[in-house]
Write a protein that binds this ligand. Structure first.
Ligand code: NDP
Length: 448
């Protein structure tokens, strides 16, 4: 093992010892560190200045109590988090996740990924993530509102348009952003539009922000196929999840002439061979906030598999848009056996390390989340621009900007992978582009 590889191994050991039990964080750090050997060889100054070691340590971590009252008058207590990972390129930026599985290790993995993703997007934003172990499922609007108000009552002192700008993620959509913004405005006595993104377009939100992550993952897939002389038209696709990212991934796929035959939620999988009826899915999920099994009531000819595995369904292209580690090694193998030629990650870290290896070894078009789902945060940065200039852009103009940003991210990853002797490997490309941008800024700032 070379000196560089030994050094990287030592860094990973240190991260594991100092962040015990945080498996998702270890996994995210390992995946990045494994690709940085060639960069350290070209840039010994990164090693001398311990840039990787510094990047692996969040700049700040805030954990707080979130007490709230449910509709029965009973006191409930959740744990809130906000991790400011790296602010070398701009104010902290990253979403909030409300899900019962949330703990510090999940927030740190997401914040670490976000740092490189945001750098890769080319926008002037640092990396952060936050959330709470609160489950919005089955809660009334009033309960969600009381929770959001209590959460913001602590969070407000740590954020600001020049400091830290949260947005949505799992369990946090336009409704939650509205309640959070309302409480921030009330406490601070400021109409500071740029403090949160993902707002409703009626009061400061950017058009296309709702669609951006899903659309972006499709634009990235389109680019990966374009360099292979192919397109998405006529392709059979599957999209996991049926939340914000999944719904707009399906929408763009359908606009581009692909046939999307399956989607899911944590309860099960819908398989509609004729192609999914997106209007029904939007009504079930965005309006009625019900389970995806309802689709089967509307379309009895579609199949529903309670607790099924969506990746067993044959497809040309797969879009994991639900959650981390949702494609196991076995599922990755099944996708390849069924002839899948590409995977574009709407979700963050949805494929296990062994699954990623199978995709890379098979040479399929594999777009890691850091690159493929960067459209969401990039459009959040466009929302910040509009808020700063008190301007509103049209849907067409904003979508065009998004498409160009995704094409640019693709080109950067593609060229950098080739430069570092890994042609077609977007994991290597994305990690190196993102890392170098953060590293150069940190070097310029001295020891921070
Ligand atoms: P939503 O809450 O809108 O939707 C999440 C979807 O995934 C739901 O259908 C949910 O089902 C399903 N899901 C969540 N957890 C699990 C689980 N453990 N097992 C099975 N299904 C699950 O979230 P988003 O669409 O915003 O986020 C989806 C992914 O995209 C996440 O990984 C997020 O980090 C990533 N992402 C999101 C961005 C954004 O702009 N929103 C930006 C970049 C990445 P159910 O309702 O049953 O729980």
């Amino acid at each position: 093992m070379s000196n560089v590889e030994q050094r990287l191994e030592k860094i990973l050991d240190h991260v594991k010892r100092h962040n015990q039990g945080e498996h998702e964080f270890h996994q995210a750090v390992k995946e990045v560190i494994e690709t940085l050997g060639p960069v350290l060889r070209k840039h010994p100054e990164y090693a001398e200045q311990k840039i990787i070691e510094r990047i692996c340590e969040p700049e700040r971590q805030i954990i707080f109590r979130v007490p709230w009252m449910d509709d029965n008058g009973e006191v409930q207590i959740n744990r809130g988090f906000r991790v400011g990972f790296n602010s070398a390129l701009g104010p902290y930026k990253g979403g909030l996740r409300f899900h019962p599985s949330v703990y510090l290790g999940i927030i740190k993995f997401l914040g670490f990924e976000q740092t490189f993703k945001n750098a890769l997007s080319g926008m002037p934003i640092g990396g952060a993530k936050g959330g709470a172990d609160f489950d919005p499922k089955g809660k009334s609007d009033s309960e969600v509102m009381r929770f959001c108000q209590s959460y913001m009552t602590e969070l407000y002192r740590h954020i600001g348009e020049m400091t830290d700008v949260p947005a949505g993620d799992i369990g946090v959509g336009a409704r939650e952003i509205g309640y959070l913004f309302g409480q921030y405005k009330r406490i601070t006595n400021r109409y500071e539009s740029g403090v949160l993104t993902g707002k409703s377009p009626q009061w400061g939100g950017a058009l296309v922000r709702r669609e951006a992550t899903g659309y972006g993952a499709i634009f990235f897939a389109q680019e990966m196929l374009r360099v292979r002389g192919e397109s998405l038209e006529g392709k059979t696709c599957i999209v996991s999840g049926s939340g914000n990212v999944a719904i707009y991934a399906i929408e763009k796929l359908q606009q581009l002439g692909a046939r999307v035959v399956a989607c899911s939620d944590s309860g099960g999988v819908i398989y509609d061979k004729r192609g999914l009826d997106l209007d029904s899915i939007k009504r079930i999920k965005e309006v009625e906030r019900k389970r995806i099994s309802e689709y089967h009531q509307i379309h009895p000819e579609a199949e529903y598999y309670a607790e099924g595995v969506i990746w067993n369904i044959p497809c040309d292209f797969a879009f994991p848009c639900a959650t981390q580690n949702e494609i196991s090694e076995a599922s990755a193998r099944k996708l390849l056996e069924n002839g899948c030629i590409g995977v574009s990650e709407g979700a963050n870290m949805p494929v296990t390390p062994k699954g990623v290896k199978l995709f890379l070894d098979a040479g399929i078009a594999y777009g890691p989340g850091k690159a493929a789902n960067a459209g969401g945060v990039a459009t959040s940065a466009l929302e910040m621009q509009q808020n700063a200039s008190r301007d509103t852009w049209s849907f067409e103009y904003t979508e065009d900007r998004l498409q160009k940003i995704m094409a640019n991210i693709h080109a950067n990853c593609f060229e950098t992978a080739a430069e570092y002797d890994s042609p077609g490997n977007y994991v290597v490309g994305a990690n190196i582009v993102g890392f170098k941008r953060v590293a150069e800024a940190m070097l310029a700032f001295g020891l921070i």
